[in-house]
Write a protein that binds this ligand. Structure first.
Ligand code: F6P
Length: 502
């Protein structure tokens, strides 16, 4: 989307449709509700409550053709250097399938298969060693994916309970360790670089607490540092590679906490679900391609309608961490304002992604979704499940899910302005057949591919994250000042440090 003419066209369609709200679009075309929907395995997605019609969609898919989405997907899967600013491929798809005949992808798949064999052995070893609890220490991409999956899928009877520690605030380490017995706990240090401040500092606390290095493991692309800093030998290190981005890494040994919590077979089912989505996304033409629909819808909402925030609303307690996970996946990938070649983008890129679980959020921020001045686009995700133990609750959950999607789209008139609902809030409604490893793998992979395609459409590299570096550098420089060993350079920071040292 480097040319602005296609965007002008999208905006013209948005202007043409500005007096045609979602309910009118749906009422005028009885086939729309089923025509604007796709199913891929366990995942169904319905785009009928988006604010486009056939002509606007034609313009969007013309954009997909112009950007050569199929060709760019092939480049991703084949291991081409899609991460151009760091001169690397991004081969997360090779961690979960063999959809490419390219040598790089084949080599990557072989390494991933070896790592999975070692993971299986280590799961057995840890479980056989009388370990009841595991603490996974990591942050960002080395934390959020495994945390999401473990929270969604771990069951109370599992042989090992997995806990997560990310925040450098010592209160976090205290809260994780206080209920655990160090003699029956293993600690995983998960860090691609093994240079991340939070993980190293928390790792030190946990190593000391553990008091026994034989139950200390590392998952890293930098084994030399793990060995030098924590004396972790090769038999307790699982690999990572520079061709997997941190936020795309839960399919690698970074997913070891998942394998411990739900078993290696279920971890492999997660990968299989993602691989099924990969096959669909790689092979389906854009018009039938779920990730392409999702990405084009994101571009429509951002660049044609000008919406600046996007809410993720899972109606499933076990998906409560999905908004957090997607915040990193989407905003660390797409929060950029220059194209791959360094030129400025003349369009808005990623909106703010946020959200929370239904039905709780209906009683917090939904008021603003319904009647606030800022329309918000949404992904609403429900799970088709029959909870035999509590059928009334399960039915109420789904009733609320359907009701909110309908009410936000259709609104309701009233002579009393306080009781009027403008509606016309665009939302994609997704349904997972069930919440298991396979379907969760498919859902997450769909988001990964949508992010990649949004990057293609905006002309940006979704695989680097230079924006997070500056703050880390400044924090490193300020450590001595906070210890009283010097002054901060910046006058405001100096004043704040003085307050803190008082
Ligand atoms: O937040 C920045 C970041 O570099 C993420 O991209 C990454 O997932 C996270 O830090 C953790 O990095 P590492 O795995 O190297 O500790």
């Amino acid at each position: 989307m480097t040319a602005s003419a296609p965007i002008q066209q999208l905006r013209a369609h948005a202007a043409r449709l500005s007096a045609t709200p979602i309910d009118a679009l749906c009422a005028s075309d009885p086939a729309r509700a089923s025509a604007l929907a796709l199913r891929v395995g366990p995942l169904y997605a319905n785009f009928a409550r988006q604010r486009y019609d056939a002509a606007a969609l034609a313009a969007l898919f013309a954009l997909a053709d112009q950007a050569d989405l199929p060709g760019r997907l092939r480049a991703l899967f084949d291991g081409e250097i899609v991460n151009r600013t760091e001169d690397r491929p991004a081969l997360h798809t090779a961690l979960r399938g063999k959809l490419s005949s390219g040598q790089r992808a084949a080599d990557a798949s072989a390494l991933a298969a070896d790592a999975r064999l070692r993971m299986r052995q280590l799961v057995d070893r840890i479980q056989a060693g009388g370990v009841t609890d595991v603490v996974s220490v990591g942050i960002g991409g080395s934390d959020l994916g495994p945390r999401l999956v473990v929270d969604a899928l771990a069951t109370p009877g599992a042989p090992v309970r997995v806990h997560f520690l990310s925040n450098v605030d010592p209160a976090a380490a205290r809260s994780v360790t206080q209920a655990l017995d160090p003699s029956r706990t293993a600690v995983l240090l998960v860090s691609k670089s093994f240079g991340t401040q939070e993980t190293l500092l928390n790792g030190r606390i946990l190593r000391e607490w553990l008091g026994d290095d034989s139950r200390l493991y590392a998952i890293t692309a930098n084994p030399a540092r793990a060995e030098a800093a924590f004396a972790i030998g090769p038999d307790r290190i699982l690999p990572m590679w520079d061709w997997v981005g941190g936020r795309y890494s839960m399919w690698s040994a970074v997913g070891f906490p998942i394998a411990l919590a739900i078993g290696m077979d279920a971890f492999e089912a997660l990968l299989e679900g993602a691989a099924e989505m990969d096959a669909h996304v790689l092979q389906a033409p854009p018009r039938e391609n779920l990730a392409a629909w999702h990405a084009l819808t994101a571009v429509w909402n951002r660049n044609a309608l000008g919406l600046s925030t996007h809410a993720v609303l899972p109606y499933a307690e076990r998906l409560r961490l999905l908004p957090n996970y997607l915040q990193q996946l989407v905003m660390e990938s797409l929060g950029k304002s220059v194209r791959v070649d360094g030129s400025a983008i003349d369009l808005s890129t990623v909106p703010v992604w946020w959200g929370g679980v239904g039905t709780d959020t209906q009683h917090s921020f939904f008021q603003a979704l319904h009647q606030g001045t800022q329309p918000v686009s949404m992904d609403m995700i429900g799970v088709v499940h029959r909870d035999a133990a509590h059928p009334d609750n399960a039915t109420a959950l789904l009733a609320n899910f359907l009701a909110q999607s309908e009410a936000l789209a259709n609104g309701q008139d009233s002579s009393d302005p306080h009781r009027a609902y403008p509606g016309n809030r665009p939302g994609t409604v997704m349904l997972l057949d069930r919440l298991d490893a396979r379907s969760l793998g498919a859902l997450v992979a769909m988001y990964e591919h949508s992010v990649y395609l949004q990057g293609v459409l905006w002309g940006i590299n979704p695989f680097d994250q230079f924006g997070v570096e500056l703050g880390k550098q400044v924090a490193d420089r300020l450590m001595p000042a906070l210890r009283g060993e010097g002054e901060a350079d910046d006058p405001v920071t100096r004043e704040l440090v003085a307050q803190l040292r008082r």
